[in-house]
Design a protein around this ligand. Structure first.
Ligand SMILES: Nc1ncnc2c1ncn2[C@@H]1O[C@H](COP(=O)(O)OP(=O)(O)OP(=O)(O)O)[C@@H](O)[C@H]1O
Ligand SMILES: [Mg+2]
Length: 242
């Protein structure tokens, strides 16, 4: 579903991604972890071309995301992206936030978009908040709306960049629960997260990054119990110590 082939990325003279060659199968959940500055955000931002790459290619569902002449908006609309800060439209109700993409980009009719949005809000546990404004919701609720909004575009792939990092601790679980349900339904996902419990329970594979490279890719059990790369081993022992 997603293929990174020889991906290289520079910020000026700084090499942020160094020959990344990885694939994600349909329905697979990959958790990306690694120290701060290792390139995790950069990696997933290259997938929907929030960042350009200087070498290699990235395919999503057979589309070369970085090909010249792409209709970027059309490609982006096919990839769900959830950030640390939910970025809901503050002047729109929760329901309108979820409907706006399908209405404007997918050209759905209003009744259809509304029914789909209400179903998604129910799915993330927020049916009763459809008419609320974002500012009236908790951080965890806003992030669940952001997930519903991304899902409304019916993307084959969802990318998450630290979706729970900006939340108060008591709200982390409700967002992880929604992500877990999505994974169980077979969504293809790449998640950058520090939630190692989630990684252990939900990931099919973990990618460990350092200095712009994916140094290790392993099933959670193997990654946590017997990391192969010394830097992965150090990362895990640091987490345990913490
Ligand atoms: N716009 C930019 N311009 C220059 N350098 C950048 C830019 N964005 C990121 N970098 C650098 O690229 C490297 C990778 O950054 P990135 O944000 O991908 O790391 P990360 O693994 O997501 O870190 P964190 O865990 O702190 O979010 C870092 O050294 C960072 O300083
Ligand atoms: Mg990051």
């Amino acid at each position: 579903m997603i293929a990174f082939k020889g991906v290289n990325k520079w910020y000026g003279a700084y090499r942020a991604l160094n020959e990344v060659n990885e694939t994600v199968a349909a329905g697979e959940v990959v958790v990306v972890c690694g120290p701060s500055g290792s390139g995790k955000s950069t990696l997933i931002r290259t997938v929907n071309r929030l960042e350009e790459i200087q070498g290699g290619s990235i395919e999503v569902a057979g589309h070369d995301m970085h090909a010249k002449g792409n209709d970027l908006n059309a490609l982006r609309s096919r990839i769900g992206f959830v950030f640390q800060n939910f970025n809901l439209f503050p002047h729109m109700s929760v329901l309108d936030n979820v409907m706006i993409g399908p209405l404007t980009v997918l050209k759905r009719d209003k009744a259809q978009a509304r029914a789909a949005a209400l179903a998604l809000l129910a799915k993330v546990g927020l049916a009763q908040k459809a008419q609320s404004m974002p500012a009236q919701l908790s951080g965890g609720q806003q992030q669940r709306v952001a997930i519903a909004r991304a899902l409304a575009m019916e993307p084959p792939v969802m990318l998450f960049d630290e979706p729970t990092s900006a939340l108060d601790p008591e709200m982390v679980g409700e967002v992880l629960q929604v992500m877990k349900a999505l994974a169980a339904e077979g969504m293809t996902m790449i998640c950058v997260t520090h939630e190692m419990g989630f990684a252990r329970d939900v990931a099919d594979r973990i990618w460990f990054m350092d200095a712009g490279q994916v140094l290790e890719r392993a099933e959670p059990e193997a990654f946590f119990n017997a990391p192969q790369h010394p830097r992965a081993a150090k990362f895990i022992s640091d987490i345990r110590a913490h």
